[in-house]
Design a binder for this molecule. Structure first.
Ligand SMILES: Nc1ncnc2c1ncn2[C@@H]1O[C@H](COP(=O)(O)OP(=O)(O)OP(=O)(O)O)[C@@H](O)[C@H]1O
Ligand SMILES: O=C(O)CCCC[C@@H]1SC[C@@H]2NC(=O)N[C@@H]21
Length: 288
């Protein structure tokens, strides 16, 4: 830590609006809405309840590739009916509309949230210069003072028959005292080289376009597209002793050994059997 820094590692200067400038919408549009791009529209609203809800409500009238970003969410939603809480302009609150089409069987759409995790992790690692990893299924982790912390999350929701709204929340400049839960972190707290949201957002959307293109071109096949291997390479859950807290209130503890072809987590139990988890919360207990 350099002199003049606050104990939480953030700069000692007062954080004001100047530290959290608004997104530069014209520049982002110029960079993203180019011919041949997946992205067809790019809108930023000052404040809304949830970008996922807004995009889902308009899904029928929007083409694939619509992007909606909010500078602030007042009712941000997470997985498992949880909320996503972050101060205005402290992060990236983003939803995109995707229509994988007939070329990708619906049973493979379950890979989309994992794909989004890989895309966000690789894009952010490059643009922010922070080591990123994934906690199954798609929590984005950074290391803050030796501890794994959640700096981003993904919420994928079906919108009608043929569309999926992929939502991402990324904590960029949150300080220790602003974290909504102790297990949360931010890119700033992980010593990111840049917390400028414009290049971070561009990097995430470019990476998402890349991985979605590969996956769709392979008919959604996670192995042929390279997605399954990229996910496994970036997944901090594999090889760890974990507790899976399952819907319905039961739990299973064992070693996370694989991600199967459907994106589910395979856990080796102490009695030598294996169980496969498709939904639920994972707690990383200790190295295997
Ligand atoms: N900005 C954020 N960064 C990291 N994690 C967040 C953020 N906002 C919300 N969360 C996550 O969402 C959860 C908080 O959601 P919520 O307050 O709905 O529920 P909860 O405390 O987990 O409880 P319950 O089990 O009662 O639903 C936390 O577990 C946390 O992981
Ligand atoms: O970790 C999770 O549980 C998922 C969090 C997803 C949050 C994002 S923020 C943008 C989009 N709009 C929402 O209401 N949720 C997602």
């Amino acid at each position: 830590m350099t002199q003049g820094n606050a104990p939480d590692g953030a700069p000692a200067s007062r954080w004001s609006d100047l530290d959290r400038p608004p997104l530069n919408v014209p520049a982002l549009r110029r960079g993203l809405l180019v011919p041949g791009s997946l992205w067809t529209s790019f809108d930023v609203v000052a404040s809304t309840g949830s970008t996922n809800s807004d995009l889902a409500a308009r899904a029928a009238e929007l083409p694939e590739g619509a992007v909606l970003v909010a500078e602030e969410q007042t009712a941000g939603r997470g997985r498992l009916d949880r909320s996503w809480i972050a101060p205005a302009r402290s992060g990236i609150f983003l939803s995109v509309l995707l229509r994988p089409g007939a070329g990708v069987p619906v049973e493979r759409w379950g890979w989309l949230p994992l794909l989004a995790g890989v895309a966000a992790a690789t894009g952010l690692a490059r643009a922010a210069g922070t080591d990123m990893s994934l906690k199954w299924p798609n929590d984005l982790l950074v290391t803050v003072r030796g501890e794994e912390r959640k700096t981003g999350g993904i919420l994928a929701e079906r919108a009608g028959e043929d569309a999926v709204v992929l939502g991402m929340g990324i904590n960029v400049s949150l300080r220790a005292g602003e974290l909504p839960v102790p297990a949360a972190g931010s890119l700033a707290l992980a010593d990111a080289v840049s917390t400028d949201r414009d290049p971070l957002l561009r990097a995430v959307l470019r990476s998402l376009e890349h991985w979605y293109g590969e996956w769709r071109a392979a008919g959604g096949d996670p192995a042929a597209s390279g997605l399954q291997a990229a996910y496994a390479a970036g997944c901090a859950t594999l090889g760890r002793t974990v507790r899976a807290e399952l819907p319905g209130g039961t739990s299973a503890t064992g070693e996370a050994v694989a991600i199967d072809g459907d994106g589910r987590l395979v856990i080796a139990l102490p009695d030598g059997t294996r169980t496969t988890v498709g939904a639920g919360d994972i707690v990383h207990l200790r190295p295997a």
